[in-house]
Design a protein around this ligand. Structure first.
Ligand SMILES: [Zn+2]
Length: 350
């Protein structure tokens, strides 16, 4: 799937898509050392978080599924409702805009307000093999009272102007229904059978679009997990582990300093730089706050070189949260050591 998507995206000359291609190629290739909100450094897989990435979609799907199931468990009388647009020879972006706009209009109608208290839903996009047209469906789990199928159909036709395809049924098995709806988050679109231009069109149309909709009493019930995969505690990716190892190979002074601290950090941090922990040796003193700060600075220095190797690292900053702007607190003394462990010089660095 990954190779298929990469090959298709590689066929375009569109700058934005090519940028995404680079990120997709580097997805999970290397673990990243990232700064956490508590000032420490942790290790995260280098997720690209692109809608087209099978790995990231799978992770996102699993996370959303659990939350959807929790939300459905809170519903009084859940119903499964599918809204579909009659396909036209329009671009996918135009079709999705039309679908979301129509759904917004439907939610404003008196009939909707009288029968639906709230709910959650996901988007499914398919490509017809017979006519080559896009089909978009909204799979919704709504909480409310009985609403006659014919009445929903009439209302949907009124807001869309041309579509009356609506499916509604009562939910008997909440877990099964929420799994079904969540499938469309985790399930990568069936791109195998598509041509390269169609894959690129899909990639553009889906970029930045909400895959999970929440409304009424369930508005924000999923708390933006759809767009948030990495933990909120990560504030800045510092460098990748391979970049650090490569700098170590060149005997870079910052890399050596970072390694010594990472080795003391123990656990996954120590293993990431191949530091051997002797079980018989006395336990090293845990890193002090100023040492975590020094480690952060050293890893940033190493990353000056890493960006050449991982060009996607820079844009990833904005996905992990607010970019690190550098405040007075970051100014600290970086103490460098020679091989015998004696300090060589102190430098105030930002
Ligand atoms: Zn990815």
């Amino acid at each position: 799937m990954r190779h298929f998507v990469l090959k298709a995206l590689d066929s375009t000359t569109d700058a934005a898509t090519r940028k995404r291609l680079k990120r997709l190629e580097a997805c999970c290739v290397a673990p990243l050392l990232a700064l956490k909100s508590d000032g420490r450094v942790g290790i995260v897989p280098g997720f690209c978080r692109d809608r087209m990435c099978p790995t990231c979609q799978h992770h996102r799907g699993r996370e959303v599924a659990a939350r959807v199931e929790h939300a459905v468990g809170r519903m009084n009388a859940p119903r499964f409702l599918t809204l579909t647009l009659r396909h036209q020879t329009e671009s996918l972006t135009a079709m999705l805009d039309r679908l979301y706009a129509s759904f917004r209009l439907l939610r404003k109608t008196d009939a909707w307000k009288a029968h639906v208290a709230g709910g959650i839903g996901t988007l499914e996009v398919t490509l017809s093999q017979t006519d080559g047209c896009w089909h978009a469906h909204l799979h919704l789990l709504v909480d409310g009272s009985f609403w006659k199928h014919a009445d929903i159909k009439a209302e949907w036709l009124r807001v869309t102007g041309d579509s009356e395809i609506v499916w509604v049924e009562a939910v008997h098995d909440r877990s099964k229904a929420s799994k079904y709806v969540s499938t469309y988050i985790g399930k990568p679109a069936d791109v195998y059978s598509w041509t390269d231009p169609k894959v690129c069109e899909y990639a553009t149309a889906m970029s930045g679009r909400r895959l999970v909709v929440t409304f009424g009493t369930f508005y924000r019930a999923i708390a933006a997990t759809d767009d948030c995969q990495t933990k909120a505690t990560l504030v800045e990716p510092l460098t990748s582990v391979p970049a650090l190892l490569r700098s170590l190979g060149r005997d870079d002074v910052y890399a050596r300093f970072a390694r010594s601290l990472l080795a003391r950090g123990g656990g996954l941090l120590a293993r990431s730089v191949g530091a051997h922990m002797d079980p018989a040796a006395p336990k090293p003193t845990p890193l002090a706050p100023h040492e975590w700060a020094s480690l952060t600075i050293a890893l940033r220095r190493v990353n000056g070189d890493a960006t050449a190797w991982l060009p996607e690292l820079e844009p990833r900053r904005k996905w992990l949260g607010r970019p690190h702007t550098g405040t007075a607190r970051d100014r600290c003394t970086l103490r460098l050591f020679d091989d015998a462990g004696a300090p060589t010089r102190n430098a105030a660095v930002r």
